[in-house]
Design a protein. Structure first.
Length: 278
């Protein structure tokens, strides 16, 4: 059934995404990218809609097929992915639409908040944190797991936001992280439910690489939130702690220096970052 859901998600993305981008352009929601080219922004909202529909389809099928207690774990996993994907994408979309970019980084947003000014970045941090708590509780079998996962899921979502400064970068990072996690934990039950988003992202990625669309925070938060839930559900405690440490280090570095400049300096990262761009 997961294979059918993945195939349907890919077909839906192939049919809908070009029309969704046209809708964005008709609305005039276009922003200059890092090269100064006008590009439809917040295309990630389209990915969230298709993936959310795929998860609802799988949730309905599981509900009919397995019923009550025997499917409790599957239901909790699907609900966690649904909450993380739609919740993180929604708050990202708010940042795409209303964000004024007057503050940057978590430190900048919280400094403005201490001055009595609510920025969309601070709103995203708070709502993303609440969404992360809900998803973490759903996927954590023990209370001790909740503590790690509450931090892991929001930090993962924001890490993809930090990466999404060049065409295709967030999508490639999602494929790399999901593939690495899948290879490390192939029997984890989460992967059939992550597969539809991998298929949707594969359909979308050429638009991003050719600078015909921007994921926006609506998309980067979606990818990072789902990656965080997948890691929380699949990895043992030691693996989650290691990934959490890596994400924390990434955030600390991003507060002090440019991730794009770091990627440009490291040859393998630069090659991977530039691969496929039109």
């Amino acid at each position: 059934m997961a294979v059918l859901g993945t195939a349907l998600a890919a077909c839906a993305a192939w049919l809908m995404l070009p029309r969704f981008l046209t809708l964005i352009e008709r609305a005039g929601f276009v922003r200059s990218n890092f090269r100064g080219q006008p590009v439809p922004v917040a295309a990630g909202a389209g990915l969230a809609l298709v993936y959310g529909a795929a998860l609802m389809f799988l949730l309905t099928v599981e509900l009919v097929r397995l019923r009550q207690a025997s499917a409790a774990a599957e239901f909790r996993l699907l609900w966690a992915l649904l909450l993380a994907s739609l919740g993180m994408s929604l708050v990202g979309l708010i940042d795409d639409v209303f964000g004024d970019r007057s503050a940057t980084g978590l430190k900048g947003h919280f400094s403005r908040l201490r001055e009595g000014v609510l920025t969309t970045g601070a709103l995203k941090a708070f709502f993303g944190g609440v969404t992360g708590v809900a998803a973490a509780v759903l996927v954590s079998p023990r209370p001790v797991d909740v503590v790690l996962n509450i931090l892991l899921i929001p930090l993962s979502a924001n890490a993809f936001n930090l990466l999404d400064l060049r065409p295709g970068r967030a999508g490639k990072a999602f494929f790399l992280l999901a593939t690495a996690l899948w290879a490390a934990t192939p029997s984890a039950p989460v992967w059939p439910y992550v597969a539809p988003l991998l298929a949707i992202t594969a359909v979308y990625l050429p638009y991003d690489l050719r600078a015909r669309a921007m994921l926006g925070d609506a998309g980067s938060n979606l990818l990072g939130g789902v990656a965080g839930v997948a890691a929380a559900a699949a990895l043992p405690a030691l693996g989650r702690a290691a990934l959490l440490s890596l994400l924390a280090a990434l955030h600390v570095y991003a507060e002090r220096a440019s991730l794009s400049e770091l990627i440009e300096r490291v040859t393998p990262l630069r090659w991977l970052d530039q691969w496929g761009r039109g």
